[in-house]
Design a protein around this ligand. Structure first.
Ligand code: UD1
Length: 375
């Protein structure tokens, strides 16, 4: 019997998990591949990692590098050092990385130097803003990968313009949407139970009706690392929360800065601003699906709101996902426009969009078919 192709899949941080889940399921079905899941441990909290594995049904990682938090250089170096040993011990035929986090760039660099074939899912995204660490990770990862899976035609174009061979690029659709489609029933089912969520003070929701709220997530350095900017942002959002409650699950990095800048009192002074710990995938998707709008600086949620057709106000100067603007319900805004933009949404003038037709829940299937034809 021919031995199977050993494929290491790398997962490191929260936004990776919903991309890895459908791929793991599909690869496990294939006779050709033996997937080995490596978790770098970039995210490690129960709520940032374990809960996602449980809810998405991802098998326990075969190997956990347990690198934890550190500066970018130290975290990247730790991942590289440990992942090199894994590659030497495991001798994989290929390494597949997803997204644009530090774990993505670190692992692809290690694999490429060991002459192991490298595959990048979510290739060709560019914000052209090198102040974002993710942009550096994208450029590094794409510059040394052998195969590229993309989520939009513009990503293909970018890669071709950067000199990549067309035959190594494959537009497969969006794996995050695979996860969303696969979990939609569960997402719908847990909606009525949301009141039971730990730490959420959902009382105002019953006053306003269950779907009359906005949802917010912020964690990017550009929004949370400067005290004045963060204070202003809380003020604008706080003002809006007097008209419509806003649920705000706080990323650990954001919470750290709110405490460090002594802004917790200000945050808590707005009754309509409902703060919670980071939420699980199902709880967050359920809240998102029923919300009036999302206010965020996240990357992936721009795609998820587009698919759900929920107005998404992105607190960034640029996006690496232009399709969510040209086709979808996403809009880039400045913090000083938050109140006006939300007013428009509440008047029924929020941006509407359409999901690209290839975001259909079958991306993992297409990826595995392509890989079967290559290896
Ligand atoms: C990382 C990704 C970012 C992604 C985000 C989603 C990079 C460069 N950034 O940013 O692209 O959008 O994940 O969450 O890879 N922390 C915890 N518990 C955890 C993880 C982090 O408390 O499980 C705290 C630590 O104090 C850490 C800080 O959050 O220093 C930031 O974590 P890190 O992984 O460095 O970056 P994120 O901001 O989460």
């Amino acid at each position: 019997m021919n031995s199977k192709i050993k494929l290491i899949l790398v997962a490191g941080a929260r936004p990776n998990f919903m991309k890895i889940a459908p791929l793991m399921f599909e690869l496990k079905k294939s006779d050709k591949f033996k997937p080995v899941l490596v978790h770098t441990g970039q995210h490690y909290d129960e709520k940032m990692s374990d809960l996602f594995f449980k809810q998405l049904g991802i098998p326990e990682p075969d190997i956990n590098l347990g690198v934890g938090s550190a500066s970018h250089a130290v975290q990247t170096a730790r991942i590289m050092k440990k992942f090199e040993k894994v590659c030497i011990d495991e001798e994989p035929d290929a390494v597949l990385v997803v997204g644009d986090v530090n774990s993505t760039a670190a692992c692809v660099l290690v694999a490429a130097k060991l002459n192991i074939k490298t595959i990048h899912y979510e290739a060709g995204l560019r914000s052209y803003d090198r102040r974002m660490p993710e942009e550096i990770n994208r450029i590094v990862t794409d510059s040394i990968s052998d195969y590229f899976f993309t989520t939009s035609p513009s990503a293909d174009e970018i890669l071709v313009n950067e000199g990549k061979k067309k035959r190594n690029i494959f537009m497969c659709g969006d794996l995050m949407i695979d996860s969303l489609v696969a979990n939609l029933k569960k997402v719908k089912k847990i909606a009525p139970k949301l009141k039971l969520l730990n730490g959420l003070q959902l009382n105002p929701l019953s006053e306003f009706g269950i779907s009359n709220y906005g949802l917010m997530t912020i964690h990017r350095p550009s929004n949370v690392d400067n005290i004045n900017h963060l204070a202003e942002l809380i003020k604008y959002v706080g003002n809006v929360s007097q008209k419509i409650p806003i649920i705000f699950p706080i990323h650990p990095r954001t919470l750290k800065n709110i405490n460090r800048f002594e802004l917790r009192g200000k945050l808590d002074s707005y009754k309509g601003l409902m703060v919670s710990d980071p939420l699980g995938y199902l709880e967050f998707m359920s809240l998102l699906k029923n919300s009036k709008f999302l206010l965020s600086d996240s990357g992936g949620i721009q795609a998820e709101t587009t698919w759900l057709n929920i107005p998404c106000l992105t607190l960034r100067e640029n996006t690496e996902r232009p399709l969510t603007i040209t086709k979808g319900s996403n809009k880039l805004i400045k913090i000083e426009n938050i109140e006006d933009e939300i007013k428009l949404i509440l008047e029924g003038k929020g941006k509407k969009g359409k999901a690209p037709e290839f975001w259909d829940g079958k991306s993992a299937e297409r990826i595995v078919k392509f890989l079967e034809s290559v290896f």
